[in-house]
Design a protein around this ligand. Structure first.
Ligand code: CA
Length: 222
C-alpha cells in the first residue's frame, strides 16, 4: 500500500515516514501544498496524510482541489491543537479522518489502517483469503496458522492483493502501489516477485489471468 505524506515540518515528516515504512507501507513525502497537490493528482495513492498548515498552498485548498477533480483517495488531515474550525473546514473539503498535533504515531497508524480497510470495503481488521491471513497491525501473514517469512516487498505485494482479493490486479497496478516515486519502476520485475511469493504462499493461491494480471485464490478453509 502506498501513502502520500504532505507535511512541512522536517522532524515530523522524517519520523512519520520512518514509522510508516516500518509498518509496511511505501511512502512519498511532499514538503508543501503545491508538490503535495501535484503528487496526489498524478500518482495513485491508497491513502494520504495531509497537514493543513502548509507553505505555498494550504491543506484545505489542496483537498478541495483534489475532491473537485474527482479524487476519491481517503485523506487523514493533521490539525493544530485547538483548531476546531480547521477540522470542520477539513471535513467540509472532503477529509475522512483527522488527528490533532501532537499525536502518538500508534494512533495515526491505527487510523490509517481503518481508513484503508474501509476504502477497500473490508470490515475485519485482519484480511483473509482461504486459510491465508494477513494482520496489517503486526505486518505479518500466516498460512494455516504458520507464519510466512516475507521480504518487505513480498509483504506489500500480498497486502495489496489481499486488500483487493476479489478482482484481477494488473502488473502496472502492482508497480504503482508497491514502489515510491523515486524507484526505477519496471513492470517486468513484478513477474519475478510474483514467482517468489508463489513459492512462499503456494503456487495455486496466485492465479495468472493472461493479459490482465493476477488474482488471489482462496485455498484451504477460512
Ligand atoms: Ca505545518
Amino acid at each position: 500500500m502506498r501513502i502520500l505524506l504532505v507535511e512541512d515540518e522536517p522532524d515530523i515528516s522524517r519520523q512519520l515516514k520512518a514509522a510508516l515504512t516500518d509498518a509496511g507501507y511505501v511512502v512519498d513525502v511532499a514538503p508543501d501544498g503545491e508538490e503535495g497537490q501535484f503528487l496526489g493528482e498524478t500518482e495513485p495513492y491508497d491513502a494520504v496524510v495531509l497537514d493543513l498548515g502548509l507553505p505555498k498552498v494550504d491543506g484545505v485548498s489542496v483537498l478541495e482541489r483534489w475532491r473537485r477533480a474527482g479524487l476519491a483517495t481517503p485523506v487523514l488531515i493533521l490539525t493544530a491543537r485547538g483548531g476546531w474550525s480547521d477540522k470542520v473546514a477539513g471535513f467540509d473539503a472532503g477529509a475522512d479522518d483527522y488527528l490533532t498535533k501532537p499525536f502518538h504515531t500508534e494512533e495515526l497508524l491505527a487510523r490509517l489502517r481503518a481508513l484503508l480497510r474501509r476504502a477497500a470495503g473490508h470490515a475485519q481488521p485482519q484480511l483473509s483469503c482461504g486459510d491465508l491471513r494477513l494482520d496489517p497491525k503486526a505486518a505479518r501473514a500466516t498460512v494455516n496458522g504458520e507464519p510466512l517469512r516475507l521480504t518487505s516487498l513480498e509483504y506489500r505485494m500480498l497486502h495489496y492483493m489481499m486488500m483487493h482479493r476479489d478482482r484481477v490486479i494488473s502488473r502496472t497496478e502492482l508497480v504503482e502501489h508497491l514502489y515510491d516515486q523515486d524507484f526505477d519502476r519496471d513492470s517486468n520485475t513484478i513477474e519475478v516477485f510474483i514467482g517468489r511469493l508463489r513459492k512462499k504462499v503456494g503456487s495455486d493461491r496466485i492465479e495468472t489471468v493472461r493479459g490482465l494480471g493476477y488474482r488471489l485464490m482462496p485455498v484451504g478453509a477460512a
